[in-house]
Design a protein around this ligand. Structure first.
Ligand code: SAJ
Length: 439
């Protein structure tokens, strides 16, 4: 492991860019034009590569070919429109021949929380017939340990005339894992400024991938082997999950002891080696709430802390629902204002959002409770909530005015405008410590 850390760019990298000279012409196929694939395709196309974006969704392909972006991400539209207009970027549904392939397809989890690798397998099967030898095949999708090797196995099983390392006189294909760590909302900036990890199945593969990314990445590019690179991404998000779970566990213990958890954490954090994160209504999003399970699945017996952290964070929404129900006791036909639906502050993304889970559970358990959702970023309810008759969306001030119980679920900045008088006489469930100064 790590035996070829920081190896200098070798001859194998020739053609993939970097060095003192200007990057040579290269064709890159980016498979999967989602939140990661499309920005990567656009930035490569803006840095001298001829890029072909590949997606199964014809609406996505059409949008890109018209220079449009099918989802919201600052600055991405400018890059895509520019690259399409110069001919550096185009999209299609079929996988073409190319010098390098970047696979950025979804890796969701199955009902048993094992990873669903069917999209990776499909991408590998489509790449295999196009290879001649010498190409880079890069997996960017967040993946369980061993997935890069699995992708290589799928491809080399279909192409026994090729190899990993040129053995037996068969041309080599360069397989690499290169995890993305960009923050949605800042993708076009962080693609350029973040450090990257490239983990090849061979040192030559790592060096070639480092050369390709150096076309646009201004951060350090760290070379390692594939499983370490796969684990690095999972470990970063698990580290955060475990630390948030510690804060969430403290919030439950503190409530039982009658202690203000935010004051407790603030005081403990005065210690020079203590830095506790903030408790909340649970952990959401499509990364931190998902990735730790890939580690648990890889070694269930030895990942007790990581699994328990997930369970602690996943248990938090039910705890919030119980607190809201307790606060609603005694009101006839109670009205609850639920403030915020997103998975975190100041974004509109509701994927795996604990706030959505809380509203849904509350409304399903108690049809007699009216839930008014005050959500600055949403004008319609997400699908999970839309069919519930006792949930509706309302302007925030109106929701508060009509409520018996006000539950703050997301710490959006706009909620700072809520005045103390508006909350007078209301029972408050403040999952983010937003109003603790008023307590
Ligand atoms: N949260 C808390 N308390 C905290 C911090 C966060 O309850 O003190 C909650 C948030 O409200 C949210 C969840 O955790 O529900 C996750 O939010 P986040 O801001 O911690 O992370 P994400 O999911 O937006 O992005 C993460 C980032 N990873 C790390 O910080 C290690 C990002 O760099 C990754 O690129 C991204 O996951 C990803 O794509 O994997």
């Amino acid at each position: 492991m790590g035996d070829h850390m920081n190896t200098p760019t070798s001859d194998a990298a020739a053609g993939f860019g970097t060095g003192e000279t200007a990057p040579s012409a290269i064709t890159v196929a980016v498979i999967g034009l989602g939140y990661i694939g499309l920005p990567t395709a656009a930035i490569l196309a803006s840095n001298g590569a001829a890029v072909i974006g590949v997606d199964v969704n014809t609406a996505t392909v059409d949008a890109v070919n018209e220079g449009r972006v099918p989802f919201a991400e600052p600055d991405l539209g400018v890059f895509v429109a520019g690259a399409v207009s110069t001919g550096a970027l185009r999209a299609q549904t079929g996988t073409p021949p190319a010098d390098a392939y970047i696979v950025a397809v979804p890796t969701p989890f199955n009902a048993d929380r094992s990873a669903d690798l069917s999209y990776v397998d499909a991408a590998a099967a489509a790449i295999a017939p196009q290879l001649r030898g010498g190409e880079l095949v890069i997996l960017e999708s967040t993946s369980p340990p061993g997935t890069t090797r699995r992708m290589a196995d799928v491809i080399l099983a279909a192409r026994p005339d090729l190899s990993l390392d040129g053995s037996g006189g068969r041309p080599a294909v360069l397989f690499v894992h290169c995890p993305e760590r960009v923050l949605p909302g800042r993708i076009m900036v962080e693609l350029v400024t973040n450090d990257r990890i490239v983990g090849g199945l061979t040192p030559e593969a790592s060096a070639a991938a480092a050369a390709l990314y150096s076309r646009f990445c201004q951060g350090s590019i760290h070379q390692t082997e594939a499983t370490t690179a796969e684990m690095a991404k999972l470990v970063e998000n698990s580290y955060r999950d475990v630390n948030i779970a510690f804060a969430n566990e403290l919030s439950v213990i503190s409530e039982n002891l009658g202690v203000d958890v935010w004051e407790l954490i603030e005081l403990a954090n005065h210690h020079p080696r203590v830095n506790i994160l903030q408790p909340g209504p649970g952990v959401g999003g499509h990364c931190i709430a998902v990735d730790p399970w890939f580690i648990v699945a890889a070694d269930p017996e030895n990942s007790r802390l990581i699994r328990t952290a997930r369970e602690v964070n996943d248990a938090k929404p039910a705890r919030v629902v119980a607190s809201i129900l307790e606060a609603a006791e005694g009101s006839e036909a109670p009205v609850v204002a639920a403030l915020g639906l997103a998975f975190k502050a100041n974004v509109d993304d509701v994927r795996e959002s604990p706030a959505v889970a809380i509203v849904r559970s509350l409304a399903e358990q108690r049809p007699d409770i009216q839930v008014l959702v005050g959500s600055p970023h949403a004008t319609v309810l997400p699908r999970e909530l839309a069919e519930l008759p006792n949930v509706s969306i309302a302007e925030t001030d109106k929701a508060i005015a009509e409520a018996d119980v006000v539950a703050l679920l997301v710490d959006h900045d706009v909620f700072r405008e809520i005045r103390r008088e508006q909350l007078a006489g209301k029972r408050i469930i403040d999952t983010r410590g937003f109003w603790r100064a008023w307590a």
